[in-house]
Design a protein around this ligand. Structure first.
Ligand SMILES: [Zn+2]
Length: 284
């Protein structure tokens, strides 16, 4: 019996040892497996880096998260915003005076710039942003009149201004993309008339304030470089206006990075957020 007990005890110890061994084996095994996984991941990354396709692989792995569009205050109170998506598919080079009664003339309307890397038309980008702006302004309680909703129109800059004037717009937003011979030039600016503008000095203060509010908020919303409010009395698009107006140059389509951004739906949403916050500030 005693021997038997010793044997059993010994057997029990062997079992315990076996269990401990098995536990250790599994733990170590698991660890080794994890280490192996890690090595595989690292190897993949190195290979991707060597092949120069890290970003593409990363995009595949990452879930696509749609950035939520900013909630905006409903403070429109039925006030009227007229939106002009600058340019049109084909320009019209026939001359028109640069302001009421002016001798100097400019082309009625040009076709606009073209994206340096995307090849996208400025007129198309302006229209895309304009349509987004319309939808979200209406959600904020504004009335909106669109100068155009198609690429295939023929409307001069003075005719566009007349739409805003005749409807007595509370603000007239003219959307454009900028262009420069230097690829590195970037950033956003707005344009307003001076206080001594011979055609529309009566709207200069309001237009400068509108331009400042819109510019500040777009730059905040997008993080783009702030190029300030440009004062110009040489723009038909401004000189024909009798209501507060701003020309918004949303970015440089001649800059590769900004060109891509201007055709990016998420970035366009940020621009729209900025414009509406600016209008809210101007009107209230
Ligand atoms: Zn333009």
């Amino acid at each position: 019996m005693i021997d038997d007990i010793i044997v059993r005890k010994a057997g029990g110890n062997v079992k315990k040892l076996l269990i401990v061994f098995l536990i250790l084996f599994f733990i170590t095994g698991c660890k080794q497996e994890k280490q192996f996984e890690t090595v595989i991941i690292k190897t993949k990354v190195i290979k991707q880096q060597q092949n120069g396709i890290v970003e593409k692989q990363g995009e595949k792995v990452k879930p696509i998260i749609q950035e939520p569009v900013d909630e905006l205050q409903v403070v429109g109170n039925n006030r009227l915003i007229v939106i002009d998506a600058g340019h049109q598919r084909y320009g019209n080079n026939a001359p028109e005076p640069i302001g009421p009664g002016a001798i100097e003339t400019k082309a009625k309307v040009t076709s606009g710039a073209t994206g340096v890397v995307t090849g996208n038309l400025e007129s198309q980008i302006n229209l895309e942003v304009a349509l987004k702006l319309k939808g979200r302004l209406e959600k904020c309680g504004y009335q909106v009149i669109m100068v155009r909703t198609s690429q295939d129109v023929d409307m001069s800059n003075s005719e566009r201004a007349k739409i805003a004037n005749e409807n007595k717009a509370d603000a007239f937003i003219r959307l454009h993309c900028n262009s420069d011979d230097v690829f590195s030039t970037r950033g956003i600016l707005t344009i307003a008339p001076s206080n001594t503008n011979r055609f529309c000095s009566q709207i200069s203060d309001a237009s400068q304030l509108l331009s400042k509010c819109v510019l500040d908020n777009i730059c905040q919303a997008t993080g783009a470089k702030d190029r300030g409010v440009m004062i110009s009395d040489n723009m038909s698009g401004i000189n024909w206006c009798q209501v507060p107006v701003t020309i918004v140059e949303m970015g440089f389509i001649s800059n590769p990075e900004e060109d891509r951004l201007l055709s990016d739906g998420g970035y366009q949403d940020k621009i729209v957020t900025g414009i509406i916050k600016g209008i809210n500030e101007f009107i209230n």
